[in-house]
Design a protein around this ligand. Structure first.
Ligand code: RIB
Length: 299
């Protein structure tokens, strides 16, 4: 079994600020780092660190070598990453405040150059034993889900970032939907987690749902049952960037091999708690051995 992640690759420019910049304000940052990110890349790294065999497919510009190198170091198959001569690598401008919260502006660049032809090539060797993972930072996501389903693959969709066009997609094509409360509210118009889950359970009865709630933990709903997992308390939050991506990659590794939802949620929560104690997106994602050791210490 393989995870085929058709996802974004970004260079992250991270600015530490004492508050998020306001309209009309010019703000000096306290610190700056250039890092490796993109929701797609982060999720591939997390799934690979968790122990999955991962193929990452996507597009970068000629300046994207640092991203493919990072993925390769994490053990991810990068043979399907296309380098475009005429397009810049995607990048993100990230403000991080003293509480570790972030604000992100994206320049999609090469991520939005994914075409039907690329999907055909990337999915050509895939079958029912494989899982497709997609987020919403590359072009042609609904088509990727349709083509993967036609090949009998299981499909996991992380509804991030939420954009208006996503509300028109047929989400029933996904076997698994992962989203946070902001994305859940945008989809359903409901604010309360319970109301969000009820609405989506009614709309997509065959789809498994995972709702992450930050400090309130996470909830799984699927096959007629619900399971919740409390969040792991983190004393010193450094940077929440990629916390959700870490959760997604770690959750998928367990889910794809048919583990119980509670185990999937708890391991993913621990991985994500470790990630928020570190700087950066992909570089903050822990190895499986660190997650297991932390879980053991908690027992
Ligand atoms: O989820 C975090 C990621 O969102 C960052 O790495 C940034 O590149 C954006 O895609």
């Amino acid at each position: 079994m393989r995870l085929v992640n058709i996802g974004s690759l970004n260079i992250d420019h991270c600015y530490h600020v004492d508050h998020f910049v306001a309209a009309g304000e010019t703000l000096s940052s306290l610190d700056y780092q250039r890092s490796v990110g993109g929701k797609g890349l982060n999720q591939s790294v997390a799934a690979a660190h968790a122990g999955m065999r991962v193929l990452h497919a996507g597009k970068v510009g000629t300046d994207g070598g640092v991203l493919t190198d990072f993925l390769e170091m994490a053990g991810v198959d990068v043979s399907q990453i296309v380098v475009m001569e005429d397009c810049a690598t995607g990048h993100a401008l990230i403000q991080i405040d003293p509480a570790g919260q972030n604000c992100i502006i994206l320049y999609p660049g090469a991520n939005m150059a994914v075409t039907e032809k690329d999907l055909d090539r990337w999915l050509s060797g895939c079958g029912p034993e494989d899982v497709l993972l997609v987020q919403n930072e590359v072009s042609c996501v609904p088509l990727a889900m349709k083509m993967a389903r036609a090949r009998g693959m299981r499909v996991a969709l992380n509804l991030s970032p939420i954009k208006p066009e996503l509300l028109t997609w047929d989400l029933a094509m996904a076997d698994l939907l992962l989203f946070n409360e902001v994305e859940g509210e945008a989809l359903t118009g409901c604010k309360e987690p319970e109301a969000i889950l009820r609405a989506l359970e009614g709309r997509y009865p065959q789809t498994e749902l995972v709702l992450t709630l930050g400090e309130q933990g996470s909830v799984y709903s699927g096959h007629g049952r619900r399971t919740a997992c409390p969040a792991v308390k983190v004393e010193d939050v450094v940077d929440t960037t990629a916390a959700g991506d870490t959760f997604t990659g770690y959750f998928l590794e367990r889910w794809a091999s048919g583990r119980e939802p509670e185990e999937c949620l708890c391991r993913a929560s621990m991985a994500s708690a470790i990630a928020v104690g570190r700087m950066g997106a992909a570089p903050s994602i822990p190895m499986a051995s660190e997650v297991d050791a932390a879980l053991e210490r908690r027992v």
